[in-house]
Design a protein around this ligand. Sequence first.
Ligand SMILES: NC(=O)c1ccc[n+]([C@@H]2O[C@H](COP(=O)([O-])OP(=O)(O)OC[C@H]3O[C@@H](n4cnc5c(N)ncnc54)[C@H](OP(=O)(O)O)[C@@H]3O)[C@@H](O)[C@H]2O)c1
Length: 309
Amino acid sequence: MSTAVLFDRYGTPDELYATDLPVPSAGPGEVVVRYQAIGVNPIDWKILRGDLRARVPLDMPGACLGVEAAGVVVEVGAGVRRFRSGDRVIRHGRPGTYRVHEVVPASQEADELTAWPDRFSAEQAAVLPVAAGTAYSALRQVGLRAGERLLVHGASGGVGLALVQLALLTGAAEVVGTGSARHHDLLRGLGAVPVEYGDGQLERLAELGPFDASVDCAGGIEAAEATVGLVPDAARRVTIVADTAVQALGVPYVDHVPLELASTLDLIGHSPFELPVAAGLPLSSAAEALALGEKGGLGGKIVLLPPAH
Ligand SMILES: NC(=O)c1ccc[n+]([C@@H]2O[C@H](COP(=O)([O-])OP(=O)(O)OC[C@H]3O[C@@H](n4cnc5c(N)ncnc54)[C@H](OP(=O)(O)O)[C@@H]3O)[C@@H](O)[C@H]2O)c1
């Protein structure tokens, strides 16, 4: 049998339940992947709440969260040439990874699987698509170049921690990032200049600005006002938070589709890049993991760990 964490209606993490299902089989063009680690992201609780029901249609009852995971191919369907049993893969894209085994389309066009580079642990590999992939796309969108100065709102979150590292790998002269005080040592350790958000944020940032470019991973009017005030070139500001008030102030939204994971992996593959993993919980504790993530303030990613056998 194989455990999956499912839900039958939109709501809070209490809607999630673990259930045992038969191990699935691969059809033509598909593989079965057995996951070793699964990333937890804000999009998971947004989907569960029903916030994205127009954009992310789900089959209910029995819907499954999770847009990223790392695992091993355990069965290969007819016609699959890209993967073999035993290959380590990173899964990304549509929801459905909160489970031990998943049937995944294996074609290049489906674009749901990427080879898992040896240097990353399962936990690290599982959290690369959303955090590092989004950070990579956002930096490309603002066109960050070597020697420039970048402002990151929400630098101590999953995407922000990736942004700090990718920007410095790109050759940024300085990355200034907001986060709560308890995460300032973490940010300094990655090479960023930390600044506390909240009252007086604009003044604190103004002492360090102006900036060549900015990525907002926090949302909210205060962050947007700081961006607009301190990044003179409007074409070099983005927000990854779908917040119409932020966009109305002149900070466009970046959707990280199409995911540029292969390019992201090329950039970080031989670097010390690592995303802090703040909590690893058993897959069966997915509800707890979501509640923890939604509360925020962890200073790193949350991963779910399926049983080893
Ligand atoms: N467009 C896309 O493709 C895309 C992709 C990924 C994520 N997202 C969205 O981007 C956002 C960030 O994702 P994430 O995974 O990085 O989330 P996360 O790990 O929860 O990080 C949230 C960050 O926001 C900071 N923060 C919390 N309250 C704040 C406030 N009032 N003012 C300023 N900063 C505040 C946190 O700082 P402290 O923890 O230090 O307090 C932390 O740095 C989410 O809304 C997510 O849905 C969008």
